[in-house]
Design a protein around this ligand. Structure first.
Ligand code: PEP
Ligand code: MG
Length: 761
């Protein structure tokens, strides 16, 4: 190994060897200078060499090092000029903070010896330091360093918020380096950026008309700025696709999508921290304790041109609260957990949702942690990914989320190429969500929950009438109205998802969920009342008890798909998912029908045959697969039998967790904190996957593939956004993870990072 390493000359040793010898700071300076950063001329010496033979190394410095600096600073000078002043610095390894430096003016040898000795002794005196490599850096000290004139400055070549390269006229380097100087600094900045993958602030000095870099450090920058920088580097070929994908964390990326409160606006507000973060983002407005009051307040504010920003606060929300959630700026519930109705809907709609269990509800006010809040008072929710949720008492400015979609598209497109074999699809029910899913590069829709399409006030009434009506003629009119409504909605989805898979789940929700409206006559409510609806008449049990519901839905899917395919030349890839099955017999009955006295149905296969015939065709002109959502332990344990009937499967981890752990997804809230504090759970089992749930999924995958080796397998529960769950899915060879459309970018990035790591192993 050499004794001296002049800055700016080619170094033959690789960076790792240099780091072992000189420490990371020294190695970095040499490598950056080799690439063209105009560091102040000088050279480095390893501290270990100085320990070993101080006098020999000092002679080499005097005989070779100093003349070398002289030559690079005064290349043409023949006259006899006074020696250069020197700056010596200690560059310890990363673990140590101290970075002392010393100026050596005038007559050199004795002072240089003394200065270096001082630094070496300081370093050596700390026993911990001795084992770590470090370098002594000796540089010339420009005359202008001592002048008061404006010869030093700092330079940032990108806007720290947008990450865009600054134009010459936007630069503020504190002193004018001239056009050539700017060009040199921009070149140095580009080299530093591709080394650090970060915006760097450059300190420079102008001496004798030349620019020298005296130091550089990380500039503070937004996530958008980082994304822009990385995208620029990738587009210019400065970094590989894998480096591009691996550098930004999915958590950091997620901050681009969610509004937040302005910290200046919340500084004086009372706040309550904690609760379960149901859906990220920020929202502010007057709080209402019932959807009816919220809707009325909203429309009144609109008609009077007043502020329509409102927050919904309820114990829990239900299917027909959808409209109120949609009109609100956020929703607070005091029951339930991450997979309850309010957070799922809020995640789909892009609204913040907070679950806070310490709320006492009264007629016109609530008590939350001793704070009495009247209906109509202002509240602000702020939930940022990875941080505890905050509820502010009062109103605050909200900073909207923004990002450059070209940069985001490039990152997602590249990431998607690495989402193999596990792709990312979206849970999307409406046209708006489907468009968002495509915009975020989802590889199709993995779960369309039909019941969410039926929450429109008018169509909900039709569904309610159908369920409670006993007159056959009336029923058939109502079914046909629902059929038309759904087939229009599906047609729109097929148009948007042209060429991409669209998995539509048949009705799943317990029927009572469609009847929570207090205006509904008691008689009907009583008729539908179930003691334990989540374990009662729901999922495919609905389709078996009321086959006309599933027949109508399948007819609507077929009508839409055939029209899209035949008339609009759209490439359709429909999948039908049967929810909540516990046995292959259920799937068989739903597919093939069963002649029962009062429920004669030919099954959904006969609906498909009829639709094909009515279209004047002999066979379906596209593939249509019928699959099962595996969301009961029974289904997971009998997948082998089920996949004789089901052509595809998708794990509904919300219900699978609920049923495996015997833990109601709507009642978990009251115990989460205690269980986490006592380490019974490391995290909310609905946001990750508990071991027993993983065992069931593993068993199901293995036994399903044994029967159908090419079985397509998805995972569509809310846990799919967790990095650990994504890793589990990748390792198990799951074909796709389906998550809320708004989470797709983060999940694509995480899935790509995990799969790159798996492939490189
Ligand atoms: C599930 O149970 O994981 C699922 C996707 O269905 P839902 O949340 O609609 O019950
Ligand atoms: Mg489910």
């Amino acid at each position: 190994m050499n004794d001296l390493f002049p800055i700016g000359q080619p170094v033959s040793e690789p960076e790792t060897v240099l780091t072992q010898h000189l420490g990371s700071q020294g190695a970095t300076i040499l490598k950056l200078a080799e690439r063209g950063v105009d560091y102040l001329p000088g050279f480095l010496v390893a501290i270990s060499n100085l320990y070993e033979d101080f006098e020999k190394v000092v002679s080499i410095i005097l005989e070779q090092g100093l003349p070398g600096i002289e030559k690079s600073v005064r290349p043409n000078s023949t006259e006899n000029r006074p020696p250069l002043d020197l700056l010596i610095s200690l560059l310890p390894d990363v673990a140590i903070e101290a970075n002392p430096e010393e100026v050596i003016p005038g007559e050199i040898p004795a002072r240089l010896r003394k200065g270096i000795r001082g630094l070496v002794d300081t370093y050596r005196s700390d026993l911990l330091n001795q084992a770590l490599p470090a370098a002594v850096l000796i540089q010339y000290l420009p005359d202008s360093h001592k002048n008061k004139s404006c010869t030093t400055g700092c330079f940032l070549n990108r806007d720290p918020l947008s990450g865009k390269l600054l134009l010459s006229e936007q630069l503020d380097p504190h002193c004018d380096p001239g056009a050539d100087g700017i060009t040199r600094l921009q070149e140095s900045a580009a080299i530093l950026e591709s080394w650090y993958l970060d915006i760097r602030q450059i300190d420079f000095i102008i001496d004798g008309g030349r620019i020298w870099v005296t130091g550089q450090s990380a500039g503070s920058m937004s996530v958008q700025a980082r994304l822009k920088l990385l995208t620029d580097l990738f587009n210019q070929g400065g970094i590989s696709d894998k480096t591009y994908i691996n550098t930004l964390s999915p958590e950091a990326l997620s901050t681009l999508f969610y509004p937040r409160t302005d910290p200046a606006a919340t500084a004086d507000l009372k706040s309550i921290k904690g609760g379960v973060a149901g859906s990220p983002g920020a929202g502010t407005g007057k709080v209402y304790f019932s959807p009816e009051k919220l809707k009325a307040a909203y429309w009144q504010a609109k008609s009077e041109n007043k502020d329509p920003n409102l927050i919904l606060l309820k114990e829990s929300t239900h299917a027909d609260d959808l409209e109120a959630i949609r009109l609100s700026q956020g929703v607070i519930t005091s029951r339930g957990g991450y997979t309850s109705h309010a957070p799922i809907v809020a995640r789909h709609l892009g609204k913040p949702s907070l679950i806070y269990h310490g709320v006492e509800h009264f007629e016109n006010h609530i008590n939350i942690e001793g704070q009495l809040i009247q209906e109509g008072q202002n509240l602000t929710i702020d939930i940022q990914p990875g941080a505890p949720p905050i509820l502010f008492i009062g109103t605050a400015d909200i900073q909207s989320a923004s990002h450059d979609s070209t940069d985001l598209n490039t990152l997602l497109e590249q990431s998607r190429l690495h989402c193999h074999p596990t792709q990312v699809r979206a849970n999307a029910d409406t046209a708006q969500e489907a468009r968002l899913a495509l915009q975020y590069r989802a590889s199709g829709i993995g779960l369309c929950r039909t019941e969410h399409l039926l929450m429109d006030d008018e169509i909900l009434e039709t569904l309610q009438s159908l369920i409670i009506n006993e007159d056959a003629q009336q029923k058939s009119l109502l079914l046909s109205k629902l059929d038309t409504f759904l087939s229009n909605a599906f047609l729109e989805l097929f148009r948007i998802m042209d060429g991409q898979p669209l998995a539509i789940r048949l009705l799943d929700a317990p029927l009572h969920e469609f009847f929570v409206n207090p205006a509904m006559p008691k008689l009907f409510k009583n008729r539908l009342k179930q003691v334990n609806p989540m374990l009662g008449l729901r999922g495919c049990r609905l389709g078996i008890s009321m086959p006309e519901l599933y027949d109508m839905q399948v007819h609507a899917i077929l009508t839409a798909a055939l029209e899209a395919h035949l008339k609009e030349k759209i490439s359709v890839h429909p999948d039908i998912l049967i929810p909540f099955a516990i046995s292959h017999r259920e799937i068989s009955v739903i597919k093939k029908g069963e002649a029962m006295a009062e429920h004669a149905s030919g099954g959904i296969e006969s609906v498909i045959r009829e639709a094909v015939k009515s279209a004047g065709l002999e066979t379906l002109p596209f593939e249509l697969r019928i699959g099962a959502v595996i969301e009961t332990p029974a289904a997971a344990l009998s997948t082998a039998a089920m996949v004789h009937q089901a052509e595809i499967i998708s794990f509904g981890t919300n219900d699978l967790t609920q049923l495996t752990l015997g833990l109601s997804r709507d009642d978990i809230g009251s115990m989460v904190q205690t269980y986490e504090e006592l380490n019974i759970w490391e995290e909310d089992p609905f946001q990750s996957l508990a071991e027993p749930v993983k065992h069931l999924i593993e068993h199901s995958v293995r036994s399903g593939k044994a029967v159908r080796p090419d079985l397509e397998i998805g995972m569509c529960g809310e846990a799919g956004t967790s990095r650990e769950v994504i890793r589990f899915a990748v390792q198990l060879g799951i074909d796709y993870i389906s998550c809320a459309a708004r989470s797709v970018p983060m999940v694509i990035l995480a899935a790509a990072q995990i799969q790159i790591r798996e492939q490189d192993r």
